[in-house]
Design a binder for this molecule. Structure first.
Ligand SMILES: [Zn+2]
Length: 113
């Protein structure tokens, strides 16, 4: 389970390689719980059937990602360009994108360093 932080560098770099199997929208209730602790106030703590304390509403969207050897994943245009042009650096991929040189495929770099 991961926060759906679409602007985070790690998200942009890796999300294409996983299948998003579930998404919980911001504000969802009772998604995460933790063991009850002695200092928790019982009447102010919502608990699950097995006595765990629910954390508050989700402050952002949360995704569940999955991957195994059968997972069909996407590939980012940056990775496609990297492979297609002989493992060129991300800086060179940025140059291709900036100059608008026609390469035969769209280079839409979302990953920044
Ligand atoms: Zn490479």
């Amino acid at each position: 389970m991961l926060p759906k932080w679409e602007t985070a560098p790690w998200y942009k770099a890796y999300v294409d390689y996983f299948e998003i199997v579930e998404e919980y929208p911001k504000g969802s209730k009772k998604v995460f719980s933790i063991p009850m602790r002695p200092h928790f106030t019982r009447d102010q703590t919502e608990t699950s059937a097995d006595g765990r304390a629910f954390l508050g509403d989700l402050p952002w969207n949360v995704i569940v990602v999955y991957k195994d050897k059968f997972t069909v994943t996407g590939i980012s245009s940056a990775m496609r360009a990297h492979l297609r042009f002989g493992h060129i650096s991300l800086d060179k991929i940025h140059c291709i994108q900036k100059t608008g040189i026609q390469t035969g495929s769209v280079v839409n770099v979302r990953v920044t360093n």
